[in-house]
Design a protein around this ligand. Structure first.
Ligand SMILES: [Zn+2]
Length: 287
């Protein structure tokens, strides 16, 4: 995929009364081996080629749901840091404001932010530096996070520490914008979060439903369309067997009920449907 195709920064889709916009807020690169866990490179490199440092390109696809009177943003992309960080993860074209601008919104128009979890490539846009102080990027929003995720992010261990950058979530709490939830919750009518565990204990996905149509934002449960097979689980996951169980459950329902699947880290497509043909499950990208 070349840079020009990523110029299509916003992909819109109507789901019943909801207007969905996939905000492609940039790309970054992570170690291909870590991204595919137990899958050997001879297999995964056919799906997604690695660069000279064994990294693969990933999207930062956030989702905006417009209900008619509320703007809900699911995940906020990555944060740009110092040169070393930006080079390590090869950050490219990172710009959430630009995506919002394309649909005529400013950060002040966001009413609710749902963080699927607090890894820096999912909540990096939660905050920004203003006069040398980290502040909430969305001053009128409440930020919805699982209680377990908050506990893990604020008490990281040796294995999880590198994924949590406190300046991307502590200022949200300090501004009084934090709302912790526990388990599966309907945030607004037709917008439901499901706590999946697996990737992290408090990891959640977002299920949307309107007029008998459903869409599932998969976050790090299934990061790209190359990760649909059940054992294709990232090495980063803290509870990989839990990830597999939840994938089996949700993909089964998605196939049966024709859910739109939305992939946060897919560098090319981002959305599409599953289809069963000759006993094989196929993914059909949309748009
Ligand atoms: Zn993650």
């Amino acid at each position: 995929m070349d840079k020009t195709s990523y110029k299509l920064q916003v992909i819109s889709h109507k789901l019943g009364r909801f207007k969905l916009s996939l905000l492609r807020s940039g790309t970054f690169w992570l170690d291909g081996g870590a991204m595919f866990g137990v899958v050997p490179k001879v297999i995964w490199e056919k799906l997604t080629p690695a660069d000279s440092r064994n990294r693969i390109k990933l999207g930062l696809n956030c989702l905006l749901v417009q209900t008619g009177d509320k703007n809900v943003l699911v995940d906020t992309g990555i944060c740009e840091m110092d040169k070393k960080f930006n080079e390590r993860f090869k950050l490219e074209e990172v710009n959430m404001d630009n995506c919002l601008e394309k649909i005529g919104l400013t950060p002040g128009d966001i009413d609710i932010v749902i963080n699927t979890h607090l890894h820096f490539d999912h909540c990096g846009g939660n905050t920004r530096l203003k006069r040398e102080k980290w502040m909430s990027s969305f001053p009128n929003a409440k930020y919805i996070i699982q209680k377990k995720e908050w506990e893990d992010a604020t008490h990281p261990n040796e294995r999880t520490r590198a994924s949590y950058l406190s300046h991307t979530f502590i200022p949200v709490e300090e501004a009084g914008l934090l709302e912790l939830i526990d388990g599966d919750v309907e945030i607004l009518s037709g917008i439901r979060v499901i706590q999946t565990g697996g990737h992290t204990q408090g990891h959640q996905v977002v299920l949307l439903e309107s007029d008998n149509k459903k869409a599932l934002y998969l976050a790090d449960l299934i990061p790209t369309s190359a990760h649909i097979k059940i054992p294709y689980v990232m090495g980063y996951d803290t509870y990989p067997l839990e990830t597999m169980d939840k994938k089996r459950d949700l993909l089964g329902k998605a196939l049966k009920e024709h859910w739109l699947l939305i992939f946060e880290h897919d560098p090319e497509v981002g959305l599409g449907y599953l289809e069963e043909k000759e006993n094989k499950i196929k993914f059909n990208p949309k748009g």
